[in-house]
Design a protein around this ligand. Structure first.
Ligand code: MLT
Length: 265
């Protein structure tokens, strides 16, 4: 579908409770396969490939979190979903979900924040983004994939789930350089969303892998304390890609929460 001047690929599956699911970096919507398989028709999952990722067009420029959120909102508009939806995101997808809430809060029934954080990059983090931009421009997506792969899963998952390791490698290898560099610049420059947490009057579900090597579970615990109506599940045996590593626990927690919150909405 043509969204803000580029072709955006997306999945729209299921019925009833509308849930926008936003993937992380440098990934694509295929990470949500365990949720599409597990939620059944009870949840209508709308999962876009963000610009530059998966089947969506690579677009040059900086992908601010606000821009990525505006793309998602445009997709919902095109699908006729003009009321409130649940918005979930993993890692960078969580930064986009927070930007979505900041810009379009009247459209948000509740948030699912998976493997993510509200804070901005510190100076060291920003320097790391700039270095990664250089790496991507010089050596392409596979160099980024190889540097990130050892951190994406819980240490034990590398031996226990070799097919998952290969799947994650392939997903990252196929990201476009425009997508990687655009997202890195956008993450580097994203604002601190911590003050937003105290303003949240919607229900929030926080799901985090106990062994996340990229964003430690302690960060999710701090986020939980800052939001008035939040529920936290720290999932054992999972790292950063908690929804792929422990899909049953992830889906059970998400589905129970979605059903309860949609009844109360
Ligand atoms: C992600 O998984 O989306 C990224 O690793 C998040 C980040 O680099 O801050």
């Amino acid at each position: 579908m043509n969204i803000n001047g580029f072709n955006m690929e997306y999945t729209d599956q299921g019925a009833d409770i509308p849930l926008l699911l936003i993937h992380g970096y440098p990934l694509n919507r295929s990470i949500w396969e365990p949720q599409l398989n597990g939620f059944g028709r009870q949840v209508r999952v709308i999962a876009p490939d963000l610009r530059g990722f998966g089947g969506s067009d690579p677009v040059r420029g900086d992908y601010t979190m606000d821009l990525l959120a505006a793309d998602c909102k445009e997709l919902l508009d095109h699908l006729g979903l003009k009321g409130r939806v649940f918005v979930g995101g993993l890692s960078m997808g969580g930064y986009v979900a927070l930007a979505f809430y900041r810009q379009f809060r009247e459209r948000v029934a509740g948030l699912i924040l998976a493997s993510t954080k509200a804070g901005a990059d510190n100076e060291e983090g920003k320097a790391g983004r700039n270095k990664a931009i250089q790496t991507a421009m010089l050596s392409g997506a596979p160099a980024i994939a190889e540097s990130m792969l050892p951190k994406m899963l819980a240490p034990a998952s590398y031996d226990a789930q070799p097919e998952l390791v290969q799947q994650v490698r392939e997903i990252m290898n196929t990201a476009s350089v425009e997508g990687i560099t655009g997202a890195l610049a956008g993450m580097r420059d994203r604002p601190d969303s911590t003050p937003l947490l105290a303003e949240m009057d919607i229900p929030v579900l926080i799901l985090h892998g106990q062994e996340d090597q990229i964003i430690p579970a302690s960060v999710a615990e701090a986020t939980h304390k800052s939001i008035s109506n939040a529920q936290l599940h720290v999932i054992a045996g999972a790292g950063h890609l908690v929804n792929m590593e422990q899909p049953l626990q992830f889906n059970e927690a998400a589905l129970a929460w979605l059903v309860t919150q949609s009844r109360e909405a």
